[in-house]
Design a protein around this ligand. Structure first.
Ligand code: PHE
Length: 459
């Protein structure tokens, strides 16, 4: 990238050609854009329903604080210190042929795999904008079966997957400031506004508000299973975009004069608040119409449309636009991790990298978009979508998060950490303690669970 505005004036520094955020707000919006995605609006509400509500929510909140926040700070510290992509970062902060660069490789691979199927779900969200415009009608069963039809029709899924990937590529080609930051500044405030309006609708215009609040905030610990605790932990870092270098990469474009602690708290808090607001909005509707909160992954695409048939398109259209925007700002962060690697390490231009890698991810994603393609996995024939989702969420992200945490806590130079954290005070000591002894243990447990190796669980 040759334009001066992206260099922030640091022309003597080779890193400057990588670009940086134009303002603190730009970073906050891009990072929250990455964090807030299908994880918040699709996954969080449905897993909360499956695991019984408030007790699960409480455990998830604890996980965000003890696992998510420290790991996010670790990624930002590594990213901003090295000013590199995930692979280059571990080399720069350790040594040129460091084995820790494997952590970065894993991150780049995770970005590639996750985006390939994430784009398919995002495509469904876009398809539902148009289905909403046309209006949902018919019996509950008929409305619910529309989703099956969409998924089973490769041509429709492929078309929407194509459109979503083209949007991601178009934005990432624009670069850090003129692509990602500019679009985050437009998409994120719109998303906040739509979500607040939907929540107000749920709480004030339906009768489901009080029950939704009770379901999400009045814990009944008898409903809490070991499985729920582990899922809460796993979800905490998927939703915060941790374990694959997305925050590391965004941190590498961050200015030196910003507080990593303050920014990490802001991003985690916004991500959590948005998930909770989405939960309130969705459950107000679900309870208003006496639907089942434990509907599972189909909650958004099958249960909600039945309710939208009663509320009309002016609730459903904004809802699916919201879902699409949320997915888009996460999709660009996934692509950026892969792109940053090829720009930094291979010296490719941003345009060339984005086009080539974006296309490769798109082609790989066709496997997930075609539901009829299956492979034997864990004892039965499964679609690629489920296989990639399972492998990345349960194996790749936890391993990446675990290694990143160990690197930041045990391998990285004390002076490097302190330089980015800004002090050696009690807060710093607390962070290092948590990163050394608390977070890795917690992540290790999730990992064993992902591998179905926990002794006290029934697999
Ligand atoms: N955090 C995103 C979500 O909640 C998903 C994501 C994971 C994005 C990892 C980037 C990296 O949907």
């Amino acid at each position: 990238m040759s334009n001066g505005s992206e260099t922030g004036g640091l022309t003597e520094n080779k890193q400057s050609i990588r670009g940086n955020w134009g303002s603190r707000m730009g970073f906050i919006l891009a990072a929250t854009g990455s964090a807030i995605g299908l994880g918040n609006i699709w996954k969080f509400p449905y897993i909360t329903g499956v695991y019984g509500g408030a007790a699960f929510v409480l455990v998830y909140l604890v996980c965000v604080v003890i696992v998510g926040l420290p790991l996010m700070m670790a990624e930002l510290i590594i990213g901003r210190r090295s000013k590199k992509n995930p692979v280059g970062a571990f080399k720069a902060l350790h040594k040129p042929r460091s084995p820790w660069q494997a952590t970065g490789w894993l991150g780049v691979a995770s970005g590639f795999v996750i985006l390939s199927f994430y784009s398919v779900v995002a495509g469904w969200a876009m398809a539902y904008i148009f289905k909403s415009l046309a209006g949902f009608s018919g019996t509950g069963q008929q409305i619910q079966s529309q989703f099956g039809t969409l998924v089973a029709h490769p041509s429709a899924s492929i078309m929407w997957h194509t459109i979503f990937m083209v949007l991601c590529i178009g934005i990432v080609i624009g670069g850090v400031q003129r692509g990602i930051e500019r679009w985050s500044k437009i998409l994120m405030p719109t998303l906040f506004a739509i979500l607040l309006a939907l929540m107000a609708y749920g709480v004030f215009y339906t009768h489901g508000g009080p029950r939704a609040l009770e379901f999400l905030f009045k814990p009944d610990f008898s409903k809490l299973s070991a499985e729920a605790v582990l899922s809460a932990l796993g979800h905490a870092f998927f939703t915060l975009s941790l374990g694959m270098g997305a925050m590391l990469t965004y941190g590498s474009y961050m200015r030196r004069d910003e507080s990593i602690t303050r920014d990490a708290i802001t991003v985690s808090a916004l991500d959590t608040i948005i998930a909770l607001i989405a939960g309130v909005a969705i459950y107000s509707l679900v309870f208003n119409f006496d639907m089942d909160p434990a509907a599972g992954p189909g909650l958004i695409f099958q249960t909600l449309p039945v309710l939208f048939a009663k509320t009309g398109p002016w609730v459903s259209v904004p809802f699916f636009i919201l879902l699409t925007f949320a997915a888009l700002t996460s999709g660009i962060s996934l692509l950026e991790v892969v792109v940053a690697y090829f720009i930094d390490e291979r010296g490719w231009s941003r345009k060339k990298t984005t086009l080539i890698l974006g296309t490769a991810i798109y082609l790989f994603g066709l496997l997930s978009a075609i539901a009829s393609l299956t492979i034997p996995f864990r004892g039965r024939d499964q679609g690629f979508f489920d296989v990639f989702d399972f492998i990345s969420t349960n194996y790749m992200l936890p391993v990446g998060g675990f290694l990143t945490c160990l690197f930041a806590a045990w391998v990285m130079k004390e002076s490097d950490r302190v330089a980015e954290f800004g002090s050696r005070g009690p807060l710093y000591k607390g962070l290092i303690f948590v990163l050394r002894y608390v977070t890795p243990v917690a992540v290790f447990i999730v990992l064993l669970h992902g591998l179905e190796l926990l002794p006290f669980m029934d697999y």
